[in-house]
Design a binder for this molecule. Structure first.
Ligand SMILES: Nc1ncnc2c1ncn2[C@@H]1O[C@H](COP(=O)(O)OP(=O)(O)OP(=O)(O)O)[C@@H](O)[C@H]1O
Ligand SMILES: [Mg+2]
Length: 322
């Protein structure tokens, strides 16, 4: 299958400055997303998944800086674009769904006017046309058609409906890349499946590439063709989801897969990964997973392995495969 490279991230490294201390967070992140590809991003809490998504969107907080690397999107290095160009891309060619709906919604405007504003910030059309467009988008994300809906304020809506509005904002201008950072964790369990189904159907119908950040490996198995495993600010394994779930290579990926409940398994016997994710200021020498790795060798504690690629999609950063 020949697919165009949409996003090509090369050796991306970021740091935060907190009280005059520079804390490196992402280190040498390298991966690609092809047009229409669905990529799941997994890894324990604190591994840098959200920082990565924010870096791609150009939405890192002011105390963060990208100190190395490139983010090539549709052939252009986003890190070299001026803020205005970057803003134009955001919400248009690339969009993001945040974990917490209220991050993207403004409490003082009606949901209709927020979608209208977004559309008019990017397209030269009248308010009336934009409102018709907004109603159309609301329908697309499963909000029952009614004139009244557009006039509601975010606080008048249920959590599930609010997240649908957030998704409407994200897809209004048909982005070619949609980033979703834990899009359902703030929602009731009963609503989560509906929202994921919605994202999946939009992904299929609109042929968008999606990067879905989630703790739920089951969701990745169901929705993502490829997967990227992060550990302590680095990518440690990538691969096609089916292959990677069946034959994980990195000891961290193996441990992560063992730590998720299976339907037919008594959760009492669920394994947890021993130890903790290292603190960003106290990263171990060598492989960052070595202190927790059950098969670590001497070398692992001294030298950092490179990412070893097996194919366009599969690679692993582990001495066992060098
Ligand atoms: N604004 C900030 N200032 C300083 N450090 C930050 C900031 N935001 C994130 N970090 C640090 O960056 C690291 C990665 O955080 P990030 O939120 O990306 O993790 P995550 O993989 O998204 O975790 P989770 O699964 O819990 O959402 C953490 O050590 C976190 O403390
Ligand atoms: Mg996060």
């Amino acid at each position: 299958m020949s697919e165009e490279i949409l996003l090509d991230i090369r050796r991306l490294s970021t740091a935060f400055e907190v009280e005059d201390v520079i804390i490196p967070i992402l280190k040498d992140i390298t991966f690609r997303i092809h047009s229409g590809e669905s990529l799941g991003v997994v890894g324990e809490s604190g591994s840098g998944k959200s920082v990565l998504a924010h870096a791609i969107m150009g939405l890192l907080p002011s105390n963060a800086q990208v100190y190395n690397g490139e983010i090539i999107y549709e052939g252009r290095d986003l890190l070299k674009l001026n803020p205005k160009k970057r803003r134009q891309l955001r919400g248009d060619r690339m969009a993001m769904i945040f974990q917490e709906p209220m991050t993207s919604l403004n409490p003082v405007y009606t949901v209709g006017s927020q979608v209208v504003e977004l559309i008019r910030a990017h397209r030269k059309i009248s308010k009336k046309e934009a409102l018709a467009w907004a109603v159309d988008i609301f329908e697309k994300v499963g909000i029952p058609q009614s004139n009244d809906f557009a006039n509601r304020y975010p606080h008048e809506l249920s959590g599930g409906m609010r997240q649908r509005v957030v998704i409407a904002l994200a897809i209004a201008l048909s982005p070619v890349l949609l980033l979703a950072d834990e899009p359902t964790t703030a929602l009731d369990v009963s609503i989560q499946a509906q929202i994921l189904e919605l994202i999946q159907s939009l992904q299929d119908n609109m042929k968008m590439a999606t990067m879905l950040i989630t703790h739920d490996l089951g969701v990745v198995a169901g929705m993502c063709r490829n997967v990227l495993v992060m550990y302590a600010g680095q990518v440690v394994e990538t691969g096609e989801t089916e292959e990677l779930f069946k034959f994980p290579k990195h000891p961290y990926t193996k441990a992560l897969l063992k730590s998720i409940p299976k339907l037919d398994q008594n959760t009492e016997f669920l394994e947890t990964i021993k130890g903790m994710v290292p603190h960003p200021q106290r990263m171990p020498e060598g492989c960052r997973f070595a202190p927790r790795c059950e098969v670590a060798m001497d070398q692992c504690h001294r030298e950092e392995p490179d990412m070893h690629s097996f194919s366009e999609y599969a690679g692993v950063k582990c001495w066992l495969y060098q």
